[in-house]
Design a protein around this ligand. Structure first.
Ligand code: DGY
Length: 408
């Protein structure tokens, strides 16, 4: 255990670029939004001041309209595509033009709870920026109270089966030629396909053409999917911001209303056909019919649902290391391909934390499985859910953070 703690701390230190943390050397050489929030939780275990620095630097990239970008390109790195020259955004720092699940909102509460005296000033400084990010989601990424993604990268679950049909409706014929760099670092069998990448880049080109101007982007969007990852992480973020506001005497009135709306929105993601939360294509109204690890984030969001606990039992039963990114029973299941089957420490943690808060025994079980997974297979980006074989990038910040903050 001590040895694993030491290795996890070493990974965090090695990936620290001086106030912000990269997910892993090579494959992901910049500051990614939700990776960075997990990094902050990891740092909180041994360097609380450094943990706050991570969140402050993340918010230093916030756009005037309230969005907090999914990548901040602090220093040029030719080993990543698409870089700042492709995105061509005009925020306060070079950045991407889309966002990511707002777990930073909730993790700010955890940092505060771990060290209230240290956290008070950063919470006061960040409270309004955090509220503005929430307002941005509700203005530009909301459908019937559920929170949507306008690009698969926004969900963080890049190539999840959830988006297959919505992605198939995009014709990327005019995308032009480009050179992927991810395949220099990780085997192609573990990464999204060329069909996916053409559409990822095509959507970036559309955003660039429209100057990343939210009102223009919202007209005839080619891709818009209401997503449980976004909906439940934002719901949890709003709850935690209310908690912080009440603690520190900051204004929370509007947030109560936002929370009620998100709770209604979550209902629109309940798919009785799979007995779980699902993603819903806003453009045609159809569910994706996908049991993913995000299907079980409602406890984390603050909603208990007995039918969901039964579905979770079924999904976890055949597998030793937790909740797969796609159920084994699904014909699209692919054990090594990123978000189409592998198990991810971060999603195990969010699902497990939520279950533990509701007193479900599955939560502690999930935590023990995640600890065993990391102890026997290391700090990989993600893992084969059948045998735990490490996959994707190595020495990964967020897996180290999951160990330090929760599993270990
Ligand atoms: C990538 O480049 O694969 C990232 O996941 C985008 O966020």
């Amino acid at each position: 255990r001590d040895e694993l703690d030491r290795r996890a701390i070493q990974i965090m230190r090695d990936n620290d670029r001086g106030g912000y943390t990269i997910p892993t050397h090579g494959l992901y050489p910049y500051q990614w939004n939700w990776d960075s929030a997990f990094a902050a939780l990891g740092f909180a275990a041994f360097d609380p001041a450094r943990a706050w620095r991570e969140i402050e630097i993340l918010f230093s990239g916030q756009w005037l309209d309230g969005m907090v970008p999914h990548i901040l390109f602090h220093r040029p790195d030719p080993g990543y595509f698409p870089g700042p020259d492709v995105w061509q955004c005009r925020g306060p720092l070079p950045s991407s033009g889309i966002t990511q699940p707002p777990v930073a909102l909730s993790f700010a509460r955890r940092l505060y709870e771990a060290a209230p005296a240290l956290g008070e000033v950063p919470v006061r400084m960040l409270f309004d920026p955090m509220r503005r990010w929430i307002q941005w989601f509700l203005a530009w990424r909301q459908d019937r109270g559920a929170i949507c993604i306008a690009h698969p990268w926004e969900s963080g679950r890049d190539n999840a089966a959830d988006w297959d049909r919505a992605m198939a409706a995009i014709d990327p014929a005019d995308v032009g030629s480009y050179e992927r760099r991810d395949l220099d670092h990780v085997h192609a069998a573990m990464r999204p396909t060329k069909d996916d990448y053409d559409r990822y880049i095509w959507l970036v080109q559309r955003g660039r053409r429209l100057g990343w101007h939210a009102p223009s982007l919202a007209v005839d969007p080619p891709f818009l999917v209401a997503d449980p990852t976004m909906t439940f992480t934002l719901m949890r973020g709003v709850r935690d911001l209310i908690w912080l506001g009440e603690r520190l005497g900051l204004p929370t009135a509007g947030l109560m209303h936002d929370l009620a709306m998100l709770e209604q929105g979550a209902e629109t993601l309940w798919n009785p056909a799979i007995g779980a939360y699902d993603s819903r294509n806003v453009l045609d109204g159809a569910f994706s019919g996908t049991l993913s690890n995000a299907s079980f984030l409602s406890w984390y969001g603050g909603i208990d649902r007995p039918e969901l606990a039964r579905t979770l039992e079924e999904v976890m039963a055949p597998l030793p290391y937790g909740v797969p990114s796609l159920a084994l029973q699904d014909e699209r299941f692919d054990p090594r391909r990123y978000w189409r089957g592998p198990v991810w420490g971060v999603l195990n943690m969010l699902v497990g934390m939520g279950l533990e808060e509701f007193g479900h025994p599955r939560g502690a079980a999930l935590r023990a499985m995640t600890a065993r997974l990391i102890a026997s297979h290391g700090f990989a980006e993600y893992f084969d859910p059948r045998d735990g074989a490490p996959a994707g990038g190595g020495s990964f910040t967020w897996t180290a953070a999951v160990w330090l903050a929760w599993a270990g």
